[in-house]
Design a binder for this molecule. Structure first.
Ligand code: ADP
Ligand code: MG
Length: 504
């Protein structure tokens, strides 16, 4: 390709803290009532003084450590002066000269169209600042409303080096960052709710040009805002690459500007061309002490960084032998993965299932995969339908493990198993009880099965004939009929065998 895309991100994430950055007003992103979590400090009343929320500082340091950054032991806040109605003080308290975190990286799974294997995205800096209020522009009205609940909420800003080349890479990075922030409890990082905002900077580099000392010549960059999902970020990049390529190929110039993403039309639209650099008159915040940490303090914060998503993927693969798809579900859906681990520990402490035979150790991978299947396909759907967490449902990991043992020993069919799980979910009754009361154990007695098969053959002459003529689907139909005849209790493998025998 003649033009190489050069892409860097700026990501903002509202931190998950009890109170705001410099006062004790609540930080509640779900508060619907406007202008209720405010106080004289975050409303910028004269004579008030800010006080640093160290919970927020600690969270940014945790994010920095998780992203392999160097943490500044000695830094400070600065004032960024500008006037806008969402910011009652007339300035934002932020960090400018010396961010809390610098020089990190995050490895993402590369986009096969641009690179193979893992791709390292360098992180320039992460700093801590305060968020502004939300403006609401009412269609057709000549005024706007402001909600200051978000004014003063702790906000982290992360800037990457321009290391991305495709929309997919941007999406992968944003998703992995979201996951890391959620794992750390640093931010809920929900883009739809505006808790994480991604801005894309993108330019095209003419590969055929370079300076005398082979330094790359960057093209003019465009900034894209208003991206409300990782998909939108990825789509906007792909669109911009196309738009800028077409301009350059037509010997036209890319204008340096800010563009917005129209998610319904899937296009970027010019919002404003970059005026000359703002003069924000940054200066160190005189009302706050500098931020100082010893390396022992930073190390102690690092001890709060538990297992991160990538480490979990590797552990799940190694420890449970699961395929990539299952590992990914249990990583992204962390609570389901945690539940799986509880089920596994129940399954492997098998002595408690006294009435069921313990499978030989080399059968364990099969047992665990069975548990994963029922969790991912059936249980997860039930949990999501009632928007609960797996651990909060009536199905304890122990009950779930018992159900898996019944299935593993072919004592109940998969059809019955799904029904039993549904009932466990509704009522909290242990599977043993449900199966016993309803007499649901799988029918594996040959004579009993043969009777059902004979009946089905007698009543379905057409399908029998079709099968004999070579129509394989008819066999499936006949198996289905036997299953129905037995209320799902027949052992389907045995039914198939018997049918094949009889229809030879
Ligand atoms: P600005 O001063 O315009 O804010 P910065 O140097 O602070 O620019 O970079 C902001 C973001 O733009 C960073 O994510 C960076 O990686 C990215 N960036 C810098 N130069 C380019 C470029 N030529 N093309 C695309 N992105 C770039
Ligand atoms: Mg900048």
């Amino acid at each position: 390709m003649k033009y190489k895309p050069v892409i860097g991100l700026e990501v903002h994430a509202d931190l998950k803290t009890k109170t705001k950055m410099f006062c004790d007003s609540l930080n509640d992103p779900d508060e619907k009532h406007p202008n209720i979590n405010i106080c004289p400090v975050c409303m910028g009343h004269p004579g008030t003084l800010p006080v640093t929320n160290y919970e927020a500082v600690k969270k940014v340091i945790m994010a920095g450590l998780a992203l392999n950054c160097k943490i500044a032991g000695d830094t400070f806040f600065e004032r960024k002066n500008y006037f806008y109605p969402d910011l009652p003080k007339g300035y934002q308290i932020t960090q400018y000269q010396k961010p809390l975190c610098e020089g990190g990286w995050l490895d993402i799974k590369g986009d096969p169209s641009a690179s193979s294997g893992l791709k390292r995205i360098r992180i320039t800096r992460i700093h801590l600042e305060e968020d502004a209020g939300r403006l609401q522009h009412l269609p057709g009205e000549d005024y706007s409303l402001v909600d200051y609940n978000r004014a003063g909420v702790p906000l982290m800003e992360l800037v990457t080096e321009p290391d991305f080349e495709t929309g997919l890479e941007v999406k992968k990075f944003a998703e992995e960052l979201q996951l890391i922030l959620k794992y750390l409890g640093v931010s809920d990082a929900d883009m739809e709710k505006g808790l994480m905002r991604v801005e894309v900077n993108i330019s095209l580099m003419d590969n055929s040009r370079s300076t005398i000392d082979y330094k790359p010549v960057f093209g003019t960059k465009v900034e894209i805002k208003n991206l409300n999902s990782t998909k939108a970020a990825s789509d906007s990049v792909d669109y911009e690459i196309k738009r800028q390529t077409e301009l350059l190929e037509a010997k036209e110039k890319v204008v340096q500007e800010t563009r917005g993403w129209d998610d319904s039309k899937k296009v970027t639209i010019s919002q404003r061309s970059k005026e000359e650099a703002h003069d924000y008159r940054y200066f160190p915040e005189p009302d706050l002490p500098p931020l100082k940490f010893t390396s022992a303090q930073i190390q102690a914060i690092g001890e709060g960084v538990l297992e991160l998503p990538q480490a979990r993927r590797e552990r799940f693969r190694r420890q449970y032998n699961l395929p990539d798809h299952d590992v990914e579900v249990f990583t992204v859906n962390k609570s389901l993965g945690d539940y799986f681990e509880h089920v596994v520990s129940e399954l492997l402490s098998f002595d408690k299932f006294s009435h069921l035979e313990k499978p030989p150790e080399n059968e364990n991978p099969k047992l665990l995969k069975l548990a994963a299947n029922y969790l991912i396909t059936n249980f997860n759907r039930m949990v999501e339908n009632v928007s609960a967490e797996p651990e909060d449902t009536k199905v304890t990991p122990e009950m779930f493990a018992r159900l898996i043992m019944f299935i593993f020993h072919a004592q109940i069919s998969s059809t019955v198993a799904v029904g039993v799980l549904g009932e466990m979910f509704e009522t909290g009754t242990p599977p043993d009880k449900i199966i016993e009361i309803k007499g649901l154990t799988q029918i594996s007695s040959i004579s009993e099965l043969q009777q059902s098969v004979d009946k089905v053959i007698a009543n379905n002459g057409q399908a029998v004939e079709d099968y004999k003529k070579g129509k394989e689907a008819s066999l499936k139909f006949l198996i289905g009929m036997v299953m129905r005849e037995s209320d799902g209790k027949a052992n389907p493998q045995m039914v198939e065998e018997i049918l094949k025998q009889k229809l030879k």
